[in-house]
Ligand binder design. Structure first.
Ligand code: ARG
Length: 565
């Protein structure tokens, strides 16, 4: 597909003398207008004519230059159309050759993308915000990898802060009653809540908590640190269960505590830049010169302890020094917008020219409708329960639609988890996600199961095809009415690039949904098997290309593509 666009631009440039870089092709607003459009507004100057006249001139001069491509002026646009058999040959051959690597390129070669993702807090259950971060972050990692970037996925575990003083003190006080083997996170959470409540009546508890955190920050190797370390290990083991089901791996698991040894150097680095000041005993960076309304960034409290932001700055400097990243993406909910604006503002005040490479990839809330999976007040929702509910429901539907399916359990896991992931990635990430079990698992509509089911349907057609169909010369002229499908297939490499630029996995999901709609529509009107062999072979080639591309896109988002479901 790209080669046609390049040929078109080269031909127009050669005929008109316009610089090829000034020729920007876009998608026509209406599909019937053409395959690609050249808007002529910007070209008026170059040719000294009004856009309408420019379009007419280009269409006329283009005629006959690129074989198989025709041009037509429509108002201030030139619309180009690529002959279907030619388009089919180019696109389908490309997919067949690239296989699972269709859409891959090496444009990112030699450059590194750091993605900060998931980052739950220890001693608490991972919540739906962390789930969104995990799903979006993992998709972005795969998208960048496909484009040849080196990626570093970092899980910035929340394992530091005054709350752990409280928890350690609680364990010291009541730990004997605690069963940390069975369900450690639930037990710890209950313990924390209990301590928090009793603190109000007994101020000595608050003091004990502060003392424990002071000891933790001092770096002393004693009981406090031992307990804290155990908390971390127990929590990570719990998180790992969710990661395994989502098939997510990290390159680095570095909790906030990891940066403890770097904190002094970090604060000094910022001080040396001359942007710190002391305010009410605390060390701060004033950010009003960056944004009048922005609160200062607190680096060190008056009692000497550091903060979330200090540790994030330490992490960021280390990432820059270690990876010299092209972009460092923080996949974190929109509620932390101010925090990341402040981090960037500190970099700006330090006049670090790599500040624009740091991006907050924010996302909206995930809302659960009232009902079985809702979080009632004071209760937390355990992610494992959400995942289980999805898989169970998927299993039920599959059993109903396809009794006796081989490996039904594995497919249920793939469909259930896939439904959850797709529901998260199907809209721009800033939008809130509503999680409705019946809706996300529906086989129709904009869902993961719908895309997976379309894929399985194509697989089933290919299974039924005569075994020798590939040796029969395909009559590609028979794909005349498959234009929309071919164009979508051809666009995929650009869709992946676009998803990387905007850090929007929804570019891929929207493309997948569009392709499914077109394929399902086309399939109703075009028989694939039992027609003239050359025609059948052409249609099977198309089906095979679509199947490969669907599986490809699903894979980028983190969904499996079962052959049967
Ligand atoms: N642990 C934090 C939370 O749960 C998220 C951390 C995000 N990453 C970061 N580098 N700040 O809110």
């Amino acid at each position: 597909m790209r080669e046609f666009l390049d040929q078109i631009r080269a031909a127009v440039a050669a005929r008109t003398g316009i610089d090829v870089d000034a020729l920007r092709l876009e998608r026509p607003r209406e599909a019937h207008q053409g395959d690609v459009a050249l808007p002529c507004f910007q070209l008026s100057k170059a040719l000294g004519k009004a856009p309408l006249a420019v379009a007419a001139q280009i269409a006329e001069q283009f005629a006959g230059t690129v074989s198989g491509v025709t041009a037509q002026a429509a108002g201030p646009y030139v619309n180009f159309r690529i002959e279907r058999a030619l388009l089919a040959k180019s696109v389908l051959e490309h997919i067949a050759k690239a296989g699972p690597n269709y859409g891959a390129s090496n444009e990112g070669q030699g450059r590194t993308i750091v993605v900060d993702l998931s980052s739950p807090n220890i001693a608490k259950p991972m919540h739906v915000g962390h789930l969104r971060s995990t799903i979006i972050g993992a998709a972005l990692l795969r998208i960048f990898q496909r484009l040849g970037y080196r990626t570093v996925g970092i899980n910035h575990i929340g394992d530091w802060g005054a709350q752990f003083g409280k928890l350690v003190a609680a364990i010291q006080r009541w730990g004997g009653e605690l069963d940390l083997e069975q369900d450690p996170i639930r037990a710890l959470l209950a313990l924390y809540v209990r301590y928090h409540e009793q603190e109000a009546q007994d101020p000595s508890l608050a003091e004990a908590a502060r003392a424990a955190f002071r000891e933790l920050e001092s770096g002393k190797e004693g009981e406090v640190r031992r307990i804290w370390r155990r908390l971390t290990e127990l929590s990570l083991a719990e998180f790992e269960k969710t990661y395994r089901r989502l098939d997510v791996r990290f390159d680095l698991v570095r909790g906030e505590a990891y940066y403890e040894p770097h904190l002094n150097a970090t604060v000094e680095r910022i001080q040396r830049a001359g942007v710190t000041e002391v305010s009410e005993g605390a060390l701060i960076v004033d950010l009003k010169t960056v944004d009048k309304t922005m609160a200062p960034c607190l680096l060190r409290k008056s009692d000497g302890t550091t903060l979330y932001a200090t540790r994030d700055l330490a992490a960021l400097f280390l990432r820059w020094d270690e990876f010299g990243f092209e972009r460092c993406l923080y996949v974190v909910g929109a509620e932390q917008k101010l925090h990341f604006r402040q981090l960037k503002a500190v970099l700006k005040r330090m006049q670090l020219d790599w500040e624009p490479r740091v991006e907050h990839v924010d996302f909206g809330l995930m809302r659960l409708p009232e009902g079985k999976l809702s979080t009632r007040k004071g209760q937390v929702l355990f992610l494992e329960e959400v995942l289980d509910a999805c898989v169970q429901e998927a299993g039920r539907i599959i059993q109903e639609k396809h009794p006796g399916l081989a490996q039904a359990e594995q497919v249920a896991e793939q469909v259930g988890i896939g439904a959850l992931i797709f529901n998260d990635l199907k809209r721009e990430r800033a939008k809130d996600v509503v999680f409705d079990l019946a809706e996300v698992l529906s086989f129709e509509g904009e869902t993961g199961p719908y895309v997976q089911y379309t894929h399985a349907r194509l697989a089933s057609i290919l299974r039924k095809a005569p075994s020798d169909w590939r040796s029969i010369q395909a009559d590609l002229a028979g794909l005349e009415n498959a234009g929309p499908i071919l164009l979508l297939l051809g666009r995929f490499p650009d869709v992946v690039v676009q998803a990387s630029k905007t850090a929007q996995p929804s570019e891929i999901s929207a493309w997948l949904l569009a392709l499914c709609r077109e394929v399902n529509h086309w399939y109703v009107e075009n028989r694939v098997l039992g027609v003239e062999p050359g025609l059948s072979s052409a249609r099977l080639t198309l089906i095979e290309g679509c199947k490969a591309a669907l599986s490809n896109g699903l894979n980028l988002l983190g969904l499996a593509s079962p052959e049967e479901m």
